[in-house]
Ligand binder design. Structure first.
Ligand code: 5AD
Ligand code: SF4
Length: 443
């Protein structure tokens, strides 16, 4: 009987956390996890289809292990590519026996039974669900930081985006169930919580309490034992000032907001169906800039969206100067199945997209060097995540989500001091680079 599994995860934090819940479910069903696909009887890929490249990676992986099919392995494709491609995957990769999207994970135990009795075309593809995926046991990767899903799916219709098709309609969990999970995590020693959703700002408690996001954020921040709370991802349209007020009122709520802008041109934002203009976006930035603590702001940008002129692109560059982000993720536009942007003429060459991406990254690099260097001489609290043997530095993360590598006057190596991981220490910043800070612990 097949009872070992291997899982590889692609994509965003939602996917990483889905995998933690899938692993919890499999362990509960009597499976044990192994480290390589070769050792496993059940091989799972939890996939991402946000851009074409991410999707290609998955099919490449499936081809790699095709030859193992005869040896009794069972292959399953989970996540966004599964939902998007559906039963077509059985044609493209006939050795696959399970295709299931995230909206069907509550049915995983039944799907496992079907696989165990030898079914070779098991699917979970319905998006018509009111369920969220809650598990009695979640196998968490990190002993100090934990993800909690508060809302699944997405009701927006951004012209470039597959997510509404791969993760289905928005479903919020009750505030009671979110708080129960957070309390349980705190009692197990977790101190850092990240609230997750495709659009956490449109959280709407389905119970009579009817809480909106800022209320839930405040409540999680007030729990005993919780030292840091982050949230991702935010949509500017639903981002209200109450969220900034909550951050202002409680230092446990991290002073970092990831607010994807996608473009600095209102004309392109309209074509993208983002539901805000540049000015409306900037109003949210102004709220953050007038907060009591300095809020670190990060974003996502797409270059080369259909119809993006040189002048639209310049608008994105001036936006970077105006906002002064601490970090950005930028992507070349990639055509995705089912999306409305497919109907727009995509006349921008790959070379031009590559050029715009490079110009954007170069500008942002200069901004980051400047912003990070302003922190030299300050003291930042770092949560310790690990130790880098090559450099002899501890690896920390600040509340603003910057990486802060540092030395400790007493604890110079990992062997003696594993217990430092998960602790919070004050660190004086002595050097700054574009992507990280370096310093020395002062306590
Ligand atoms: N092409 C390029 N980038 C995309 N993103 C989403 N869809 C696409 C696409 N079709 C980017 C957006 C989003 C991030 C997660 O991925 O910037 O915020
Ligand atoms: Fe990828 Fe988006 Fe799916 Fe996350 S939700 S795995 S980013 S396609």
């Amino acid at each position: 009987m097949m009872k070992t599994f291997y899982i590889e995860t692609f994509g965003c934090q939602m996917n990483a956390h889905d995998s933690e819940k899938v692993i919890g479910t499999l362990l509960t069903e009597g499976y044990s996890q192994v480290e390589t696909p070769e050792q496993a009887e059940l091989v799972l890929y939890n996939t991402c289809s946000i851009r074409d490249k991410a999707e290609q990676k998955v099919f490449h992986r499936l081809q790699q292990f095709k030859k193992d099919h005869g040896k009794g392995k069972v292959f399953g494709v989970l996540g966004c590519v599964a939902q998007q491609e559906g039963e077509k995957i059985f044609e493209k990769a006939p050795h696959v026996s399970l295709v299931a999207g995230s909206a069907s994970y509550t049915k995983l135990p039944q799907m496992l039974v079907q696989l165990e009795r030898g079914d070779r075309r098991v699917t979970g593809l319905s998006l018509d669900t009111a369920d969220t995926f809650e598990t009695p046991f979640t196998r968490r990767d990190n002993p100090h930081r934990a993800y909690i899903t508060i809302i699944e799916g997405c009701d927006k219709a951004c012209a470039y985006c597959v997510v509404p098709f791969t993760r289905g309609p928005e479903r919020s969990r009750t505030s009671e169930s979110v708080l129960r999970e957070a309390r349980e995590l705190a009692s197990k020693g977790y101190t850092d919580i990240q609230l997750l959703g495709q659009n956490v700002n449109s959280y709407h408690d389905p119970s009579p309490a009817g809480w909106r996001f800022a209320r839930l954020l405040r409540a999680v921040g007030e729990l005993d034992g919780i030292k840091r709370v982050r949230f991702t991802t935010s949509h500017p349209r639903d981002f209200v000032k109450d969220i900034i007020d909550a951050i202002d009122d409680n230092p446990v709520l991290c002073n970092h907001v990831h607010l994807p802008v996608q473009s600095g041109s209102s004309a392109i934002l309209e074509r993208m169906q983002r539901l805000y203009t540049r000015d409306e976006y900037m109003r949210r930035i102004d709220w953050m800039k007038s907060a009591r603590r300095t809020i670190s702001i990060t974003t996502d940008v797409i270059v080369g969206f259909p119809g993006e002129t040189e002048s639209d692109f310049q608008d994105t560059l001036t936006l970077l100067d105006q906002v002064e982000y601490d970090s950005i993720f930028c992507f070349k536009y990639s055509k995705r199945p089912n999306t409305s942007a497919l109907a727009l003429e995509d006349h921008i060459s790959e070379e031009e997209k590559t050029r715009r991406l490079a110009v954007l990254q170069e500008k942002q690099r200069a901004i980051q060097i400047r912003r990070n260097s302003e922190l030299v001489g300050t003291v930042e609290e770092a949560m310790i995540e690990g130790f880098n043997r090559a450099t002899g530095q501890w690896i920390g993360r600040t509340s603003q989500n910057r990486t802060l590598n540092f030395t400790h006057p007493l604890y110079g190596s990992l062997e003696e001091n594993v217990s430092l991981i998960g602790k919070y220490l004050d660190v004086r910043v002595t050097r700054a680079g574009p992507n990280s800070l370096a310093g020395e612990a002062i306590n």
